[in-house]
Design a protein around this ligand. Sequence first.
Ligand code: AMP
Ligand code: GLY
Length: 418
Amino acid sequence: MLNILVIGSGAREAMIVRKLSESKQNSNIYCLGTSRNPYIDKKTNLYVHDFILTDIVLKFINENLIDFAIIGPEVPLRDGISNLLENNDIPCIGPLKIYAQIETSKIFARKFIDKIGLSNYSPNYIVFNNNYEKIKSFSESKKIVVKYDGLHSGKGVKVQGVDFNDFSEIDISNINDNVIFEEKLEGEEFSLISVTDGNGRIQHFPPIQDYKRLLNNDLGPNTGSMGCLINNNNSLDFLNENDIFLAEKINKQIIDNLNSFGKIKNYRPGYRGFIYGSYIKTKDDKLYIIEFNCRLGDPEGIILLNMLKNDFLELCLELTSGYLKTDLEFRKNASLGVYLVPKNYPKKTYEKYDIYINKSLNKQNIVYGNVEEDIKELHLYSLSSRSLFYFVEGTSILDCRNKLYNDIKLVNGNLHYR
Ligand code: AMP
Ligand code: GLY
């Protein structure tokens, strides 16, 4: 029997575990997570730690025989957990640290995009470098976006007109040289996620749109993401075939060039895992890169895995053997999902709120995130981050919308959704 290690214990990882356990191949799943996700707890041998650190993973793999690992969140990827696993002969779905920089450093990413000849797809940008005058003149002629380098759970980007009105409001004393100022782009955003085997073979998921602002009408602060949608026929209304083809081509170019970059530095394998291109299509029909992530999107990955027709475990085996040969296939329904989050999110809440889910709600459409269960009482509580993801499928986005906002009334607690 296969022994699989999943790292992470949020809703995305709960869906990964679900798909693995739906496979025709039996497996024994282990999970290293940061909370006792009740679904993951039932389906795997779950070990909970405050942080997933290399020494914890090393101890774990010394005590357990693991055939392959899947890493969900970006923090362990930044911290080189894949290097540790690969060095111990455990193939890993999740790239080595050197490749993960495409997400973990926004400055590395923009410079890499320039270096490989894709600068046409970046907005105008400038790295702070302590040159206040230069930044001021850059910001005078246009609306800007300020991006702090490093990982900030989707909250390290400040957009003019939304998070601040005028350049003078930016606290320069708080800024070191690890900040990028970008021209603000206006248009429709989408995510194009691909998966690759470490040897440059790549398959693409359909495009999907997430919405990151906390409140209706795209107001409020940026969050890890509040929900996502895809229309029927694996499409989004504002994209045509050429747009999708271009985004796929850009994702592939990033992978190919990261692989060459790794090869020069003698890193093996090449990029293996998911790559998530975040794009914006502007009103004048141009495509720009917002950023790249080195993992499956959350929650986009939940909806995409739910629609995936292939046996996910078998796909993982192809990836970890270094030979991806199967074409991905997806169901063609429209789908929409929203996160229910604790009342004060994205601020940290230390209070645990009761969650009541009406029994008539289809359990298959609920994915547990940052919640815990009182086993004796069979009762759910929210923790500090995104609690539950609820999704539906339908004939169109409108159909999904009607179903979802009707169903979701059956979940009660101190929770917010949009
Ligand atoms: P990121 O963490 O880079 O995905 O950025 C979070 C959000 O900030 C994106 O989903 C966009 O809504 C917004 N954003 C980032 N860069 C830009 C840009 N150059 N122009 C407009 N919006 C942006
Ligand atoms: N959907 C946002 C993220 O995964 O970062």
